[in-house]
Write a protein that binds this ligand. Sequence first.
Ligand code: GTP
Length: 235
Amino acid sequence: MKYKRILLKLSGESLMGDKAFGIDNNRLSIYAEQIKEIRAAGVQVAIVIGGGNIFRGVQAEEGGMDRTHGDYMGMLATMINSMALQAALESVGVQTRLQSAIEMKEISEPFVRRKAVRHLEKGRVVIFGAGTGNPFFTTDSAASLRAIEVNAEVILKGTRVDGIYTADPEKNPDATKYDSISFDDVYRKGLNVMDMTAFTLCKENNLPIIVFDMDTPGNLIKVLNGEEVGTIVRN
Ligand code: GTP
C-alpha cells in the first residue's frame, strides 16, 4: 500500500445517496465495504465525516439563527453520521472507536490524541466526531487538524466528482481534470478544494490531499494502491 496511515474525509451530503435528507443505508454500506477493504490491506484509517445531510450551520444563519448556535448543531449532526458509520463498519466486522471533540461520554470517547494513535496502531478505525469542537471551523478543517495530529500521511477527500478540474465540469464541458496540482496553483487559479483554513493547514504542514470519487466502489483501494485515481494536491 502506498500509505500506511490515512485520514479519510467523507461528506455528509454524499451519505444521502439519492434521498433528499438523512442517511441512505445503501451508500453507508458501500462506504463500509470500501473501508473494510483497505483495513484488510493493513492501512491505518482515521475518518472525519461532515453533517450537511442533516444540518448546516450557514443555513441556520440565513434563517436568523446565531451562526455559533447553528455551528454547534452542525457538530451534533456529524455525531449522528459518525455513529451511523461506526455501526455500519462494525456490522461488517471492522473494529472502530469513536472520539468526539465535544464531550458526550455516554456515546463516545472524548478526543484524546494519544489514545487515538494507539487505536490506529491496534488496527481500529478511529472516527473523529463533532468537528474541531469549535464554531466557524468546517469539518474539512477538522479533517486537516486531526490528520496532522495523528501523523496521517495524506487526507483522502471522498467526493461525488472524480478530482479537481480546470473549471466546474457540470457547467463547462471543456473542463479537464488535473492528476496532480500544487497548493500554490490551486490558490492562484482560485480552484475550490477545501476552505482556506483547512487548505492552509495542509499546505503549511506539508500534508497532501487526494480528491477522489468515493461513490464508485473500489476507488478507495485504488488510491491506496497508488493508481491514478482523483487529483493529488501537494507542495
Ligand atoms: P486499549 O486499552 O488500547 O486496548 O483500548 P480500548 O478502547 O479497548 O480500551 P478502553 O477500556 O478505553 O475502551 C473499551 C471500550 O469502551 C471501547 O469500545 C471504547 O470506545 C469505550 N470507551 C472508552 N472510553 C469511553 C468513554 O469515555 N465513553 C464511552 N461511551 N465509551 C468509552
